[in-house]
Design a protein around this ligand. Structure first.
Ligand code: FNR
Length: 393
C-alpha cells in the first residue's frame, strides 16, 4: 500500500509528471483574471502559438551506441557556473501568482543552482530579494520615461549585488493583451460583480493574498509603500517609446558587469548589440505578449549564432516547456534558455516547492534527452548540434 501524502502541496506536485501537469494544477488555483494574465499573448496570439510550434519544426537525429552513463548538465553562463543551461526570466507582479512571490522563485533557483532574473515590475523590492536570497541574481531593467528613476534602479541593483543586468528592449509600448481586457483585469483588482465572483470561486488564492502583503509595485514605491491606483496603467505610462541605441550605450557605460539585451529577433540588431559591448542577447518575443505575428525566436536563432561567431552569448526564450526543447535550442547554438510561464505554473501550484519541481522536471528531461541523443555534456550537445537537429517544416 502506498503511503498517503498528507501535505496538499506535496500531493498536488506528486501527481505532476510534466510542466503541462503543473500548469493544470496552477490553473485550478488561479482566478480567471490571473490565468488570463499569465497565459495571454498579444492580439490574435499568433506569436504565442508559433513559439510552441517552432519546436515541432525541428527533428532530432540521435547518435547511438555511445556511453552516456555520466551526463553533466553544468555550464557557464556569463562567466559564472550554472547547474544547467537554464535561467528563470523576469516576470512582473509575481506575488499575484502566489503570495510567496519573488522570494520563493529566487530560493528555488538558488537551490537548483540556476540564475533568477528579478523584473523591474517585481512585487518584492530589489533589496529585499538580495538580502533574503543572496545568490546568482540578475536584474531586468526597462528604460523608463523617467530616466533618473531608471538610473536609480540600476544603481540599486548594483549596490545590492545583482551580477547581471538584463535590458528588455521589446517594450517601447505594451502589447494589447486581449484576455486581460475581456476579464476586466487590473492590478490591484477592481471590485466588480464579475471579479468578486471570480475570486470567490478561488478562496485559497484570496486568503493567501489577504494574508500576504498587498501586491505593490515594489521597486518604484517601496515594498511597504503605497499602491498606486491602477499599477498597470502607471507602468504603461512609464514605458518609453523614444528608446534608442544611444540609451543602450549609456546603460553600457553605467553598468560595469555583464550586460544582456533581451527581446531581439533580427540578426543585424544582435550584431549591433555585440558591437555596443553587450555580453549576451536573448532572442525573445516576450512569450508572445508584445508584437503579434513575429517570427519565433527559435527560428531566428541559427542565423544569429552564425553572425555573432561567439562575440556574445546567445540565449533564447518563448515557448520552452520540455527538456527536448532545451536540447533543440542548444543544438541550434544557444548557450541557454530562459523560462517564464513554466516557473509561474510551479509557483501557482505549490509556491517554492512548485518552482523547484518545474526546474527539476526540465533538468531531468534534458538529461534524459541528452542520453538518448548520445551526448554527455552541454558543450558536446552544442558542438554536435548541426548533426543532431534538422529543420523539417
Ligand atoms: C513576462 N515577461 C517579462 N519580460 C520582461 O522583460 N519583464 C517583465 O516584467 C516581464 N513580465 C512577464 C510577466 C508574465 C506573466 C509573463 C508570462 C512574461 C516575459 C518573460 O521574461 C519571457 O520572455 C517569456 O515569459 C518567455 O516565454 P514563456 O517561457 O513564458 O513561453
Amino acid at each position: 500500500l502506498r503511503r498517503p501524502v498528507l501535505d496538499p502541496v506535496e500531493r498536488t506536485l506528486s501527481r505532476c509528471v510534466t510542466v503541462d501537469d503543473v500548469r493544470t494544477a496552477a490553473h485550478r488555483r488561479w482566478p480567471a483574471g490571473v490565468r488570463g494574465y499569465v497565459e495571454g499573448g498579444a492580439d490574435g496570439e499568433v506569436s504565442l502559438r508559433r513559439n510552441r510550434q517552432a519546436f515541432s519544426d525541428y527533428a532530432l537525429r540521435p547518435f547511438t551506441l555511445r556511453d552516456v552513463s555520466r551526463t553533466d548538465l553544468t555550464t557557464t553562463l556569463l562567466g559564472s557556473p550554472a547547474s544547467a543551461p537554464l535561467a528563470l526570466g523576469p516576470t512582473g507582479y509575481t506575488r499575484m501568482m502566489h503570495s510567496a512571490g519573488e522570494r520563493a522563485v529566487a530560493r528555488a533557483a538558488r537551490t537548483a543552482g540556476v540564475p533568477y532574473t528579478l523584473s523591474t515590475m517585481a512585487t518584492t523590492s530589489i533589496e529585499d530579494v538580495a538580502r533574503d536570497v543572496p545568490g546568482e541574481l540578475w536584474f531586468q531593467l526597462y528604460v523608463w520615461r523617467d530616466r533618473q528613476l531608471m538610473r536609480e534602479l540600476l544603481a540599486r541593483a548594483q549596490d545590492s549585488g545583482y551580477r547581471v543586468l538584463m535590458l528588455t528592449v521589446d517594450t517601447p509600448v505594451t502589447g494589447l493583451r486581449v484576455r486581460d481586457a475581456h476579464h476586466g483585469f487590473t492590478i490591484p483588482p477592481q471590485l466588480s460583480p464579475r471579479t468578486v465572483f471570480d475570486m470567490a470561486r478561488h478562496p485559497g488564492w484570496c486568503l493567501r493574498m489577504l494574508s500576504g502583503p498587498m501586491i505593490t509595485f515594489a521597486n518604484i514605491n517601496g515594498d511597504r509603500g503605497q499602491t498606486p491606483s491602477g499599477v498597470m496603467q502607471f507602468a504603461a505610462s512609464q514605458f518609453d517609446d523614444t528608446v534608442t541605441w544611444e540609451d543602450l550605450a549609456e546603460i553600457r557605460q553605467l553598468w560595469p558587469g555583464p550586460l544582456v539585451v533581451k527581446g531581439l529577433l533580427r540578426t543585424e540588431d544582435a550584431v549591433r548589440a555585440a558591437d555596443a559591448g553587450v555580453d549576451a542577447v536573448v532572442l525573445s518575443n516576450h512569450g508572445g505578449r508584445q508584437l503579434d505575428q513575429t517570427v519565433a525566436p527559435l527560428h531566428a536563432l541559427p542565423e544569429v549564432v552564425d553572425a555573432l561567431q561567439g562575440r556574445a552569448e546567445v540565449l533564447v526564450d518563448s515557448g520552452v516547456r520540455r527538456g527536448t526543447d532545451i536540447a533543440i535550442a542548444l543544438a541550434l547554438g544557444a548557450s541557454a534558455v530562459l523560462i517564464g510561464r513554466p516557473y509561474l505554473y510551479g509557483l501557482g501550484a505549490g509556491g517554492e516547492q512548485g518552482v523547484s519541481a518545474v526546474i527539476g522536471m526540465l533538468c531531468d528531461e534534458l538529461r534524459r534527452a541528452m542520453q538518448l541523443l548520445g551526448v554527455s555534456t552541454v558543450e558536446e550537445l552544442r558542438r554536435e548540434g548541426p548533426g543532431l537537429v534538422r529543420r523539417v517544416a
